[in-house]
Design a protein around this ligand. Structure first.
Ligand code: PGA
Length: 263
């Protein structure tokens, strides 16, 4: 499966930062490709997408190299236009050039009280507009500590995908992001990541056999250029969702080349 590397800027950036980031990422991907000895013209070892705050989407779309996809960090659950002050529809995101959207990030689940039912509605809205929904799941430190991480993560997955239409399954991306690993510099062991990603893969196949083994499974949580080559070799790790390190184009580019570095 072709790996996918997604940058999540969260609430960072500015117009000046965006222009500079776009120029730097183009140069960095070329340099990394050259030093990794990849085929001429191949800018990275996988697909690359970047999710800036909403107002920066048009600027980034115009400044990015064509090979890099644009994504958003959130989407409205409502499918039809209407009186939803502050919301942004999947249709508008698609019109702005987005191909994917992050749904159910743990920061939104905690701070905006997004629950599994809302995530399910957002998955449906995104897929109906032709976007790829990137669903985040992950346990907190206490749940990891008491040995219930796998059960908790699979419960989140089941709840968000209950009754999901094929239009969602065809486009779905999953990111496993342990909450305690996000922005903390801590990561699970390779064995723990392997166990969780294997459990996710098995559950996806059980839920929907034709699609389950084709779904891209990302790991997220304190991914950086140093740990990415080790993580990308783990079974069922098909790429990364990167927060802090994605703000540095050189570092994010090195992460995008991690599968070349590890092979
Ligand atoms: P981090 O964030 O890479 O800064 O840990 C990942 C995420 O929250 O998506």
């Amino acid at each position: 499966m072709k790996p996918l590397f997604v940058a999540n800027w969260k609430m960072h950036g500015s117009a000046a930062f965006t222009r500079e980031w776009a120029a730097d990422i183009a140069a960095a991907l070329k340099d990394n490709a050259k030093s990794a000895g990849s085929a001429e013209g191949a800018d990275s070892s996988g697909d690359v997408a970047v999710c800036p705050p909403f107002p920066l989407l048009p600027l980034l779309r115009d400044a990015l190299p064509a090979a890099i996809q644009l994504g958003a960090q959130n989407v409205a659950a409502a499918r039809e236009d209407g009186a939803y002050t502050g919301e942004v529809s999947a249709r508008l995101l698609a019109e702005a050039g987005c191909t994917l959207v992050i749904i159910g990030h743990s920061e939104r689940r905690a701070m905006q009280h997004e629950d599994d039912a809302l995530c399910a509605a957002k998955l449906a809205a995104a897929a109906a507009a032709g976007l790829r929904p990137l669903l985040c799941v992950g346990e907190d430190a206490a749940t990891r500590g008491n040995g219930n991480a796998t059960a908790a993560v699979l419960a989140q997955l089941d709840a968000a995908l209950e009754g999901a239409a094929d239009e969602i399954w065809q486009r779905l991306i999953i990111a496993y992001e342990p909450i305690w690993a996000i922005g903390s510099g801590k990561t699970p062991s390779a064995d723990d990541i392997a166990a969780m990603h294997t459990a996710l893969r098995e559950r996806l196949i059980k839920q929907n056999a034709p699609f389950g083994d084709k779904i891209t499974l990302l790991y997220g949580g304190s991914v950086n250029a140093a740990n990415a080559p080790g993580f990308i070799g783990i079974p069922h790790v098909n790429g990364f969702l990167v927060g802090g390190a994605s703000l540095k184009p050189r570092e994010f580019s090195a992460i995008c080349h991690s599968s070349l570095a590890s092979s």
